[in-house]
Structure formats: structure tokens, C-alpha cells
Design a protein around this ligand. Structure first.
Ligand SMILES: [Zn+2]
Length: 84
């Protein structure tokens, strides 16, 4: 294969999400954030009849966690330490 004209550089998966605090009692600041795989991590909600897993990110402006539908990408982030 030969590149005749270079395309745009691949920057990996990103998607825009709103900071809503969904799944975490709300209270998000409403910022629109460009989220990459490194911002996403899995969270678990423990119930008496089993655990439910969510994909989440934490807004860097207000620190509120928002759950999003499974984006179908590998999650590379880690949950930030909770403030005490
Ligand atoms: Zn926020």
C-alpha cells in the first residue's frame, strides 16, 4: 500500500458527553466534555439481587460522576479518588 495524500491523524476514540451526574443523584454542572477512553472506567452498583456495572467518567470541573451507556470501547481510565 502507498499513501498518496496523508489523511488526518488518528487520535483514538473520543466522544462528547454532558456532565449530568446521571446515575449519581444528578447535580452535574452541564459542561460538555470530550471524553476519551482514558477518562472512562467501570463502576459497580451492588444490589441484593446482583451487581450492575456502569461506564462512568468524572467531570474535571465539578468532580461529579456521570454514568453513560456502554460506549463499546475498552475503558482505560481509573476512578479518581473520592474526596473525603
Ligand atoms: Zn461537571
Amino acid at each position: 500500500m502507498e499513501t498518496i495524500k496523508k489523511g488526518r491523524p488518528q487520535k483514538g476514540w473520543t466522544k462528547e458527553y454532558e456532565c449530568t451526574g446521571a446515575g449519581n443523584k444528578g447535580g452535574g454542572c452541564g459542561a460538555i466534555l470530550r471524553i476519551s477512553q482514558r477518562d472512562l472506567y467501570k463502576t459497580v452498583s451492588e444490589h441484593w439481587d446482583g451487581n450492575t456495572y456502569y461506564t462512568s467518567f468524572t467531570c474535571h470541573d465539578c468532580g461529579v460522576e456521570t454514568d453513560i451507556p456502554d460506549p463499546g470501547v475498552k475503558l482505560l481510565g481509573k476512578r479518581p479518588k473520592q474526596k473525603e
